[in-house]
Design a protein around this ligand. Structure first.
Ligand code: HPA
Length: 280
């Protein structure tokens, strides 16, 4: 079970362990996707807790997901960083995948930055580029809100228009421009995985309006929006989607591209945080 009481227990454990380093709640959460956990080496980490120690926390099994919760400071803002996440393809339900976001909200997080590695469905985009997520298409066949309704988390039928905050996207665009970081923007289609798509599936995703494809993010964003968190989504383009590039797709390459993009991702986040503060 990953319900309200379990989220309370996880929150209490984290609060007790971070009490010395975190006198006041961190207003921003940051989820690091595949190959991006190295970002924690570029920021000021004050304390960390391995996921395995936190009650009820779903743990990751895939290479590239370090699996710890860190309290960090970037550009004067206190953040809770989740280095590593779980996915539906690990056999979990969307409600379990979204559980960490429930806990972050309980800890006082008001704004969530979600990152991931994604395949580009547009031929003019290249591996290594950063993309702001403008919207998503949920093809995972599950929602974190499916099942019994927990009204303490928010509405049963939350609105998903502007799920990816237009204001935060504008702030990120300005930060990217100021830092000289090239950035694109598009719609993220979430599939279950873990296999990569067929070329026919990619042609289908293109025809329904997707620009990016990945296996994560959507459960967390649905839960975040139900609880009223403001969301910024950033994809690191790790590859051209199936059938668009010359080579096959390999998880190792996805991780490697992510690793090489972490510096720009850290710069983008650092540049965006001051404008985020003005919106809280
Ligand atoms: N497809 C699905 N998920 C992904 C991809 C992809 O091409 N690249 C990184 N995550």
């Amino acid at each position: 079970m990953h319900g309200y009481e379990q989220a309370q227990q996880a929150r209490e454990y984290i609060q007790a362990h971070l009490a010395a380093s975190a006198p006041s709640p961190a207003p921003v959460g940051l989820i690091l996707g595949s190959g991006l956990s190295g970002l924690t080496e570029r920021i000021d980490v004050r304390a960390a807790i391995p996921y395995v120690e936190i009650p009820h926390w779903p743990t990751a099994s895939v290479t590239g997901h370090a699996g710890r919760l860190a309290l960090a400071n970037i550009a004067g803002t206190s953040l809770i960083v989740l280095a590593g996440r779980v996915h539906l393809y690990e056999g979990l339900r969307a409600a379990e995948v979204a559980f960490p976001v429930r806990v972050l909200a309980g800890l006082g997080v008001q704004q969530l930055i979600v990152t991931n590695a994604a395949g580009a469905i547009r031929e003019d985009w290249s591996p290594g580029h950063l993309a702001l997520i403008s919207d998503h298409i949920n093809l995972q066949g599950d929602s974190p809100l499916a099942g019994a309704h927990e009204e303490r988390w928010g509405p049963r039928f939350p609105d998903m228009a502007d799920a990816y905050s237009p204001g935060l996207r504008e702030a990120a665009r300005q930060a990217a421009q100021a830092a000289g970081i090239g950035i694109v923007e598009g719609v993220y289609a979430a599939v279950k995985g873990p296999n990569y798509e067929t070329p026919a599936e990619i042609r289908y995703l293109k025809s329904i309006g997707a620009d990016l494809v990945g296996m994560s993010t959507v459960p967390e964003v649905i839960a975040a929006r139900q609880m009223g968190l403001e969301v910024l989504g950033i994809s690191v383009i790790s590859n051209l989607a199936a059938g668009l590039g010359d080579t096959g797709l390999h998880h190792d390459e996805v991780l490697a591209v992510g690793g090489s993009a972490t510096e720009r991702l850290a710069d983008l986040i650092r540049g965006t945080l001051p404008a985020m503060a003005g919106r809280r």
